[in-house]
Design a protein around this ligand. Structure first.
Ligand code: PLP
Length: 390
């Protein structure tokens, strides 16, 4: 007899409950800088990717308000390509020292677009084992051979490229790993890609705005020139505080994406209002104020790591705004997260399948908008939650 989809969903729900893997959406009633109101409680937020606090910056909000159109109206290739989009693409290319930029509705869609459009059957995509899910999904959608190498191991990447000498090859890695906070070995990856005639694609969702000169991201921080990496992803929903994404890089590859990428063609253009807000963010990121915000963020990261080390907390090796504490069991990570919430701190427990089995963790995301007193209060709460659990 045919299985009913609703029965399948019920079974999956029961399994999730047993495994402590039910996810809940919390409703944020109000957000005010690093504070937010959830279920009637005011919490200090250590979950968001708003690393520079730009999502509520007066100039970004003003740009959003002043825009003439809320909706994207149509796809870019019909009549949706607005002057705000064209200006944003030009400013992104200028900022990131790349020949060209192309907008997408989100980072997820951009990754599907790049991999699905550039690769096909018989090609190989070599990826870091901890890459973002959208990179994995894009490779699957393309029908190419997908190979995943040991995390941050450029030699393993090179070996996989060498073992698949037929067909075109793309080497793809997160610049900053979203659940670990560490930075990929970009120079070694660039050398491996060059040696094996592969195209290097770096997803810099968590590096853009935060790392490198003028916030140009992990590629710049690694000392690679803008054209040292033929394709890069910048997303606007993290340090830039808005929404959307762009692929920047080699003009011929980008033009091919503009002509052929289904997730770019068969969708409505980003709202021009968001493009305008993102332009304001990019201007801020490149300015002296951006330098000051990055300096504050670095200070917060150093303060947090020094305090966590004093407390003997199990820090993972990260110098970025993403500071995970390794916990292990799903239930323990959840219990820690609940204890932190009881003391007024919102810290996400990240569980499989987002991270590998047995590596549930607290993912603490720091922002330039946190004050030193906020960091100290979190450290104090972490120490007490750990002691209560022991
Ligand atoms: C968030 C994220 C994405 C997806 O970007 P969205 O704009 O949120 O869809 C892609 N890659 C990485 C590494 C991310 O962290």
């Amino acid at each position: 007899m045919r299985e009913r989809l609703s029965d399948r969903a019920t079974t999956a729900r029961a399994q999730r409950e047993l495994a402590h893997r039910v996810r809940t959406r919390r409703t944020v009633a109000r957000r005010d800088g690093v504070h937010c109101e959830v279920d009637g409680k005011r919490l200090l937020d250590f979950c968001s990717n708003d690393y520079l606090g730009l999502s509520q910056h007066p100039r970004v909000l003003a740009a959003l308000r002043d825009a003439e159109s809320a909706g994207g109206i149509a796809s870019h290739l019909v009549c949706g390509h607005h002057a705000q989009h064209a200006a944003l693409e030009a400013e992104l290319a200028d900022w990131l020292q790349a020949p060209r930029a192309l907008l997408f509705g989100s980072g997820y869609m951009a990754n599907l677009a790049v991999l699905q459009t550039l690769l096909g059957k018989g090609d190989v995509c070599v990826q870091d084992r901890l890459n973002h899910a959208s990179l994995i999904d894009g490779a699957r959608l393309s029908g190419c051979i997908l190979k995943r190498y040991r995390h941050a191991d450029a030699d393993a990447a090179a070996a996989q490229l060498a073992a698949h000498a037929e067909g075109a090859a793309l080497l793809a890695s997160d610049g900053v790993f979203s659940m670990d906070g560490d930075i990929s070995p970009l120079r070694a990856l660039a050398a491996a890609a060059c040696r094996h005639a592969a195209t290097l694609y770096i997803d810099d969702a968590h590096g853009a705005g935060v790392l490198g000169e003028a916030g140009r991201g992990s590629v710049d921080a690694a000392g690679l020139p803008g054209d040292g990496v033929p394709l890069r992803l910048v997303t606007f929903g993290k340090a830039l505080g808005s929404a959307g994404a762009a692929v920047v890089g080699d003009a011929d590859l980008i033009e091919h994406l503009a002509q052929a990428a289904r997730p770019g063609i068969y969708t409505t253009a980003l709202p021009p209002a968001l493009a305008a807000a993102t332009r304001a963010s990019v201007r801020l990121v490149r300015s002296a104020e951006g330098d000051r915000l990055r300096e504050q963020l670095r200070g917060n990261i150093a303060r947090f790591r020094a305090g966590a080390a004093r407390l003997g907390l199990p820090l993972m090796p990260s110098d970025t705004a993403i500071q995970p504490l390794q916990i292990g069991a799903d239930a323990d990570a959840l219990a820690m997260s609940r204890a932190l919430e009881d003391s007024g701190h919102w810290v996400a427990a990240i569980r499989p399948p987002t991270v590998p089995e047995g590596s549930a963790r607290l993912r603490i995301a720091l922002s330039a908008a946190h004050l030193p007193a906020h960091i100290d209060a979190l450290l104090d709460a972490l120490g007490r939650a750990r002691d209560a659990q022991a």
